[in-house]
Design a protein around this ligand. Structure first.
Ligand SMILES: *Cc1c(COP(=O)(O)O)cnc(C)c1O
Length: 356
């Protein structure tokens, strides 16, 4: 039986995407060849790359607005390095909002380059909220934030109004909700949370912001070179790009971001309502900053953990353990997760309540 997969990443994808991707591994486009054995420069794969890049901009409402979409390698962690290389001027500085492990990891890389300013941090409260009162210095080269904190279950429900270009790590909530993407200078997201398999990272960048740092950028780290080479500077992760492309098509055929947001709202509401109602459970994130993608919670009495673990495993649930740095439980309810699976989890929580 297929499990109800609440894994934080790599994570659930639509079943039809798994099927189509499997088929392409066996034979791609009736070519008599596998997707995995053809040149990335073959006509058929070049078309996939072009269409995937265009589809990203279309779904985000960025077509014709000066943005470029790229599928790069190295994970979101590589963008922690590429971002300062491409946006921090030689004598400049960058502003970072510290909202979690990934935000702090991005900051650490930028510190290798130059001046960084941490505009606010929620670290002392184990990152259980999103700081909101802070000032972004007007002379910063860019402001970096993490839209959704995968590990701590918090999410930015609004973004600051600033003239400084906003660079945002959207790895775990990309395409999950309506956002005015044109407010951002650059957006990046590792595919394996809400878009595809591990192995590629989506980068969406406003082209006019590039080429201003006055520093030499090694080719592989230079967004401009990746744009000039149409995201084929070197061999892309063909399988990850193709599978992401299938997921983007699925998204479009199922009503796009707007329809996803409605579904995601309903799923999050269902689970948070149970966490708040059920006296055995407590949410770990501050209510107003709760994530609609990664829902973190604990049992008030940890001696019930074992019994709860047995129940959800018996119900066919997988991937519910919290991140090793937080403990407790984390239900990741990305786009591809049906509300029926969330209901199974809620039923298990009610069953536990009856049993203890
Ligand atoms: C998972 C994650 C990362 C790290 O992604 P890699 O692709 O493993 O480098 C970075 N940021 C966020 C918000 C994440 O959820």
């Amino acid at each position: 039986m297929k499990k109800h997969n609440f894994s934080a990443g790599p994570s659930i994808l639509p079943q039809e995407v798994f099927e189509k991707a499997s088929q392409a591994v066996l034979e791609f486009n009736n070519s008599g060849l596998s997707l995995l054995e053809i040149s990335h420069r073959s006509k058929d794969f070049v078309a996939v790359m072009e269409e995937a890049r265009a589809l990203v901009l279309e779904l985000m409402g960025l077509t014709g607005k000066g943005y470029q979409a790229l599928f790069l390698s190295g994970g979101a962690s590589m963008e922690f390095v590429r971002v300062p290389y491409n946006f921090m001027t030689k004598s400049g500085k960058a502003a970072y909002l510290d909202t979690g492990t990934w935000a702090a990891a991005a900051l650490k890389e930028a510190r290798e380059f130059g001046d960084t300013i941490v505009v606010a941090s929620s670290k002392s409260d184990n990152y259980n909220y999103i700081p909101k009162e802070y000032t972004i210095p007007a002379d910063a080269d860019y402001f970096h934030c993490t839209s959704n904190n995968t590990i701590f279950g918090t999410q930015m429900h609004s973004f600051p109004a600033t003239e400084v270009p906003i660079v945002c790590d959207m790895s775990s909530d990309i395409f999950s909700r309506k956002v005015d993407f044109s407010k951002f200078g650059m957006i990046y997201a590792g595919a394996q949370k809400n878009m595809g398999p591990a192995g590629t990272t989506l980068v969406v960048v406003k082209e006019e912001l590039l080429g201003k740092t006055g520093r030499h950028i090694p080719s592989i780290l230079d967004y401009k070179q990746h744009i000039d080479k149409e995201s084929m500077y070197n061999t892309p992760s063909v399988f990850a790009v193709y599978t992401s492309y299938l997921t983007l098509q699925w998204l479009k055929n199922n009503g796009g971001i707007e329809a996803m947001e409605k579904k995601n709202d309903a799923k999050a509401e269902l689970l948070y309502a149970e966490i708040d109602r059920n006296p055995l459970f407590v949410g770990t994130a501050k209510t107003e900053d709760r994530s609609k993608m990664n829902i973190t919670f604990l049992l008030n009495d940890a001696s019930h953990n074992e019994q709860f673990d047995k129940l959800w495993k018996a119900a066919g649930i997988s991937g519910l353990a919290g991140h090793r740095s937080v403990g407790g439980y984390r239900a990741s309810i990305y786009n591809a997760m049906p509300i029926e699976s969330v209901q199974v989890l809620v039923d298990v929580m009610r069953e536990l309540e009856k049993k203890v």
